[in-house]
Design a protein. Structure first.
Length: 202
């Protein structure tokens, strides 16, 4: 009986702590998730079909991750923003450089990823857009591309849009069996392509 009473007291105190924490606590995720600022190519102009393909890929029951591939300045962020606009309230933009800032060890970086996934699930955010990954591909962090992408791609509750250059995709994802299986590549037309030139004329 005494043990039962102590258990009730402990549970009550824990509930109170959780309520206070939820009132004052700023989510770890809020420190590095934000909507990127726009520039000239930061729009989905002329790419409505591509946006639809991304949303369809994210809606799959399994392996519902997208690797958005294109050269810098082609409008990948703008396309991801349009996806976020259409899927209202479910998308979080994650700056990987900011996520890993101050987390020097591989364990700390893995903990940051695990915290991100847990908080996204807790807050009902089902889609993560990963930006600023060049430092990972350049080897600036303890974790490599597989270490970062695999746990996020494999999450059962979070779908991902990873924004990569053509070179990054070819070097780190294209020939990696697991990452390729867990994601779908969607190519953004290059600025030199006839497709884009026609758009500029119209």
């Amino acid at each position: 009986m005494e043990g039962s009473l102590m258990h009730r007291i402990g549970t009550s105190a824990l509930d109170t702590i959780h309520r206070i924490r939820s009132y004052f606590f700023v989510f770890y995720m809020d420190h590095f998730s934000h909507l990127p600022n726009g520039e000239v190519w930061d729009s989905a102009f002329g790419y409505a079909e591509g946006v639809g393909n991304i949303i369809a890929a994210l809606a799959k029951k399994e392996n519902a991750n997208v690797v958005l591939v294109g050269q810098e300045g082609v409008g990948s962020i703008g396309i991801a923003k349009e996806v976020a606009r259409r899927i209202d309230g479910s998308v979080v933009f994650i700056n990987i450089e900011e996520l890993f800032q101050g987390n020097a060890s591989g364990m700390a970086q893995l903990h940051a990823i695990a915290t991100l996934l847990a908080e996204m699930e807790q807050r009902g955010k089902s889609i993560a857009v990963l930006t600023h990954m060049s430092g990972v591909f350049a080897g600036n962090y303890s974790l490599n591309a597989e270490d970062v992408l695999h746990p996020i791609f494999a999450s059962p509750n979070v779908r991902t849009i990873a924004i990569l250059s053509d070179e990054e995709y070819a070097a780190h994802v294209e020939n990696h069996a697991d990452l390729s299986r867990l994601s779908q590549k969607i190519q953004i037309p290059s600025l030199e392509s006839a497709y884009v030139k026609e758009l500029l004329k119209s």
